[in-house]
Design a binder for this molecule. Structure first.
Ligand code: VG1
Ligand code: CO
Length: 574
């Protein structure tokens, strides 16, 4: 076969038929893998993106990063992007070795090399494989997920698409060997370049600038003895990052036990979502093993779950609040200062209390990391998080699982060697927000939509405001103060987003939130979020499920969830 660098490649314009359902959700476009692989579905979406990019860049040839979470179709789709980028006037692609790069690493690389954006091949926490899901997400030049203005414009283009452009002779590019390649493309005034990079290098180097690795090394294996920890990568993309950081850079093979660090195309059958249900292996290891700290990541490495000794669970809401309260122990924040904080609307108000005490601004945004980008770019916030196991800071523009783990280890090295003690100290200072989320996944039929419609109408009519409810549990009465459909105006660019979830706020500050998931690929998923604040220390050790039972039952009753969905139990409780 001739060397593709020695021949001139022709551009083929291939006709295609548009799809009407390529509307990105909370985080990119996610569909069954088989959908992406059939009828040029993937190619169409990429062409719509290139068409949009050509327009927004005024024809200036862009440089883009390409990487994915290693799931089935990632390698193949990266080769398709190469063929299409060459035919769509892309100047250069920085492609991850073997097309594998965590979502936070993509953000890091876009920022480090100042590229015009990137394409992330991931369905994140959705299961992978030919019978599961695939996904595509576009990131912009700040390293973050494209805002709705961009994704809506790509969607509009996808519905009118008639052609896709590609260079069919540009095949079998070696993605395994680092290096630079240049290709001549017919009809182009500049050649097309590809550079195969190892994102683990760039990412690890950045983490070493942010954190004090000596201190973490000393925690794991220092004068106070070994500090055993367990890390489970759920067979997602994080394996190589975990091994490199813990076993090489921190030289702590004896203290750090790792599991599922081989990235598999179907994630070994795991549902790569680090929560108490899907990362149960970690929970059990923590319950039975002698580990001081445990963590798991999702498929693309932006989510994290933190556990303490014996399986002590740190809710993502508390994790955000505790990190926000202690950022000063991390060198990056000593250097760059600490601006405000932000959380997604359904995330508990725990971080709000830290903001109030530290006199920082607190922003409440809709669900999805794309809403944090402007706030970070404008230096309004330094740290943000979501209840869905996402935590991150302004070092990049994606949530970052490894960052959260290293941040926690920094707290353990500087404040107290026990996760549980750190949490108790936090609650003693700020009080405790009890939080839970119930997920009713993949419901068929119109029920969930009708349920939301009815709740929307109740918001509009205000019929429940000032109404009081008793619940079958305990003797507490709840009175509704506000019921609304959450909307948000971005304080930086003024963009407006509506219908982001039904909020029911009670007079005592407790909240119930209902929304439909925007990341599922089949059926509809209903999420119910419950947040309630206590400042009586005798409650702090209580079980969240027990504490929140009255509110949960009230929420199910108000929404008539069982009647609308046919479900009497959630699929996942966190
Ligand atoms: C979910 C979470 C949301 C998160 C999103 C992407 O969205 O609730 O907080 O930002 O997933 O996370 P939804 O619409 O299904 O509730 V990831 O790690 O899958 O990119
Ligand atoms: Co993810």
């Amino acid at each position: 076969m001739s060397n593709p660098e020695q021949i001139k490649h022709a551009i083929e314009i291939r006709t295609t038929k548009p799809f009407t359902d390529q509307k990105p959700g909370t985080s990119g476009l996610r569909k069954p893998t088989k959908t992406f692989k059939a009828n040029q579905y993937f190619e169409n979406f990429i062409q719509a993106y290139f068409d949009d990019l050509t327009e927004t860049m005024n024809g200036k040839p862009p440089t883009l990063v390409v990487g994915g979470d290693g799931r089935h179709f990632v390698r193949e789709s990266a080769q398709i992007i190469i063929q299409m980028a060459a035919a769509n006037n892309v100047k250069k692609l920085l492609v991850a070795r073997d097309a594998k790069m965590s979502t936070p690493a993509v953000s890091c690389v876009i920022r480090k090399y100042g590229t015009d954006g990137g394409i992330v091949l991931t369905a994140s926490h959705n299961p992978g494989g030919i019978d599961n899901d695939f996904g595509v997400k576009f990131n912009i030049a700040n390293g973050g997920p494209a805002p709705e203005a961009v994704t809506n414009s790509v969607y509009d283009k996808s519905r009118q698409l008639t052609n896709i452009r590609l260079c069919p002779t540009l095949t079998n590019i070696d993605l395994l060997t680092r290096g630079k390649h240049t290709y001549e493309i017919e009809g182009r005034s500049i050649p097309f370049e590809i550079e195969i990079i190892d994102s683990v290098d760039d990412y690890v180097q950045f983490m070493k600038e942010i954190f004090d690795f000596d201190k973490i090394r000393n925690l794991l294996n220092g004068e106070k003895g070994k500090f055993p920890i367990m890390i489970n990568a759920l067979s997602g993309v994080m394996g190589p990052y975990v091994l490199r950081i813990f076993h090489q850079e921190l030289n702590a093979k004896n203290a750090v036990t790792v599991k599922n660090c081989e990235n598999l195309e179907d994630f070994g059958g795991h549902h790569p979502d680090p929560n108490l249900t899907y990362a149960h292996e970690l929970v059990e290891d923590m319950e039975h093993g002698d580990y001081e700290f445990g963590a798991a990541f999702d498929g693309d490495g932006d989510r994290n779950m933190i556990l303490g000794k014996g399986g002590f669970f740190v809710t993502p809401c508390d994790s955000l609040a505790v990190l926000a309260a202690n950022l000063n122990v991390i060198p990056y924040f000593q250097k760059h200062g600490i601006h405000g904080y932000a959380r997604s609307m359904p995330t508990s108000g725990a971080v709000d209390r830290v903001a109030a005490k530290n006199q920082k601004l607190l922003y409440e945004v809709p669900t999805g990391w794309k809403f944090f980008g402007n706030l970070m770019d404008s230096k309004l916030i330094s740290i943000c998080g979501e209840e869905s196991f996402g935590t991150g800071s302004d070092h990049i523009r994606e949530k970052d699982g490894m960052w959260a783990v290293l941040a926690w280890l920094s707290l353990l090295a500087n404040i107290d060697r026990s996760v549980e003690k750190i949490l108790h100290a936090h609650w003693n200072t700020y009080g405790r927000n009890f939080f839970t989320r119930y997920d009713y996944e993949e419901i068929d039929g119109p029920g969930p939509f009708s349920m939301l419609k009815r709740l929307e109408q109740m918001c509009m009519s205000n019929e429940l405001v000032n109404k009081s409810f008793n619940t079958p549990y305990g003797n507490k009465q709840y009175t509704i103060k506000i019921m609304d459909d959450f909307h948000y105006q971005d304080p930086v660019d003024g963009s407006y987003t509506e219908k982001q979830g039904i909020r029911i706020i009670f007079t005592d500050g407790s909240r119930l939130v209902f929304r439909l998931s925007g990341t599922g690929a089949r059926g509809a998923t209903v999420r119910l979020y419950v947040d309630s604040y206590e400042n009586n220390p005798s409650t702090y050790t209580k079980d969240a499920q027990e504490m929140l039972r009255p509110l949960v039952s009230l929420g199910l009753e108000i929404a008539q969830l069982k009647e609308f969905t046919g479900r009497d139990k959630p699929t996942v409780i966190t």
